[in-house]
Ligand binder design. Structure first.
Ligand code: NDP
Length: 329
């Protein structure tokens, strides 16, 4: 009898480990969980830990000079035998050099963001890379599909850091994008719990991209001050601002309140740009200046209460995902 039971459990476990969908097949990963390639958090330690846990880790090129990126890719290759990728914001100053490094180092997957997917997608695909692009609207999701990307990340208003101008929430964005595209769809913005991941999948996503939850992990390269700030945040502690420059969701700290004063005085974009200055994000998230720095994080930070190792984040996500029970109509 017990042998039959053991056989049943083993069969079930085998079935579960073999479950595949469009996203897991495309990226050759176990779980459809992709880590956001967030600037100042996403070095080789975080990316390799996510990949080793069965998701897709991404190195964030946006905060790396070219030689630092190369070093991170090499260290990531040494730390994991699993697939990983690089996130490249297309606003990056040395974009061509960065793309060249990605190709030279044999990275198989690239997530591009903050730019036009038509510029690089075709040439990257010719080189054999899998290309995903991040958008915040259905209109741009359709442009991505036309450009021939392999997958689309649709990121809602809840997300931290650079964001869309239209303030479309993940809850509204995902079903709309789903109705207009057929490529694998990855939901982002406001996802830190297994229940939120499940909701995104029910809305039509084939996978999720998670940023804030992975920023508050032991492996993230950001400053401890920043991580501790993230786990102290409550609902309403972040805000989407600087739409005149590039919309960004950040923590309402002293720097944010200084910006608010400028808005109250009716100051124009040039004054905002001067006040922002250079390397504010580095100052806040990497150097840990919680007053004067730019602290980019999502609304979901209100649900993050502990700095955890990546492995534990995965365990929690999977457990919560499997436990979701909804009302039966
Ligand atoms: P700033 O112009 O304020 O500062 C540039 C920062 O990037 C500095 O801290 C600098 O480090 C670092 N950096 C890394 N590589 C380079 C390089 N090749 N040339 C110049 N600076 C470099 O920009 P932000 O901090 O607002 O943004 C930095 C980058 O991250 C941009 O490429 C931006 O598009 C991207 N970004 C992408 C996001 C996304 O895709 N979701 C979100 C936010 C930003 P140092 O101080 O050591 O010189």
């Amino acid at each position: 009898m017990s042998n039959f039971l053991d056989f049943g459990v083993a069969k079930k476990m085998k079935e579960m480990s073999e479950k595949q969908n469009k996203v897991t097949q495309l990226f050759e990963i176990k779980y459809p969980i992709i880590q956001g390639g967030m600037i100042w958090h996403s070095g080789w330690r975080l990316a390799s830990a996510v990949s080793n846990s069965g998701g897709l880790g991404l190195i964030g090129a946006g905060s790396m000079y070219p030689d630092i990126l190369r070093e991170n890719i090499r260290k990531c290759k040494a730390a994991t035998s699993k697939p990983f990728g690089v996130n490249v914001p297309m606003l990056y100053p040395n974009l061509e050099e960065i793309i060249q490094i990605v190709l030279e180092e044999g990275v198989k997957t690239i997530f591009t963001s903050a730019g036009n997917p038509k510029i690089y997608t075709e040439s990257l695909k010719k080189e054999g890379l899998k290309v995903a692009h991040v958008v915040s609207s259905t209109k741009f999701a359709m442009k991505c599909e036309d450009a021939g990307v392999d997958a689309i990340v649709a990121e809602g208003f809840e997300a931290g850091g650079h964001n869309g101008r239209d303030e479309t929430t993940t809850f509204c964005l995902i079903p709309n994008v789903k109705q207009h595209i057929s490529k694998p769809l990855i939901a982002a913005g406001g996802i830190a719990l297994g229940s939120q991941m499940k909701a995104a999948m029910i809305l039509g996503a084939d996978g999720v991209q998670i940023g804030s939850r992975f920023a508050a992990t032991e492996e993230a390269s950001s400053h401890e001050n920043f991580k501790n700030k993230v786990i102290s945040l409550n609902e309403g502690d972040t805000y989407l601002t600087l739409k005149e420059l590039a919309p960004v969701r950040l923590v309402k700290n002293k720097f944010f309140h200084d910006l608010e004063k400028l808005y109250d005085q009716g100051r124009d974009a040039e004054v905002l740009r001067e006040t922002l200055g250079r390397a504010r994000a580095k100052r806040g998230m990497f150097e840990g200046d919680l007053e004067e720095g730019e602290l980019e994080i999502g609304q979901v930070s209100a649900l993050i209460h502990e700095i955890l190792p990546v492995k534990k984040v995965f365990e929690n996500l999977l457990k919560e995902y499997r436990e979701v029970n909804s009302f039966d109509l």
